[in-house]
Design a protein around this ligand. Structure first.
Ligand SMILES: [Zn+2]
Length: 108
């Protein structure tokens, strides 16, 4: 499964700027998408990526409730391993100059 498969499921077009995150965060993104659609999001996605160990979900239009939901999910991403999705022993730390949020097992 790719991120685009997940986006297709909800009728969201591939962002022009591209999208790249680890499989472990797909459930977070899917929960967020469901929440945003319920809040009236127009499904215009600019970019999804990892930055400084955290999820970034960029959209163009939305009200406070929509941006609050995105902020909460972005904060939550620091507690979820980007590679495997576990919430056990997860840390956000630099690895070869790249800050990533990973569990102990994935950080080797
Ligand atoms: Zn992991």
């Amino acid at each position: 499964m790719t991120l685009q498969d997940l986006l297709n499921k909800y009728g969201i077009a591939e962002p022009v700027c591209g999208s790249a995150i680890g499989l472990g965060w797909f459930p977070l993104v899917e929960d967020l998408i469901v929440k945003l659609i319920r809040l009236g999001w127009d499904k215009q996605l600019s970019q999804v990526k990892e930055k400084f160990g955290g999820l970034r979900f960029y959209i163009d239009n939305g009200d406070d409730a929509i941006f609050d939901a995105i902020g909460c999910t972005e904060a939550e991403s620091f507690t979820v391993c980007e590679d495997c999705g576990t919430r056990r022993d997860v840390t956000c730390a630099s690895q070869k100059g790249w800050i990533r949020t990973l569990c102990t097992e994935c950080r080797v």
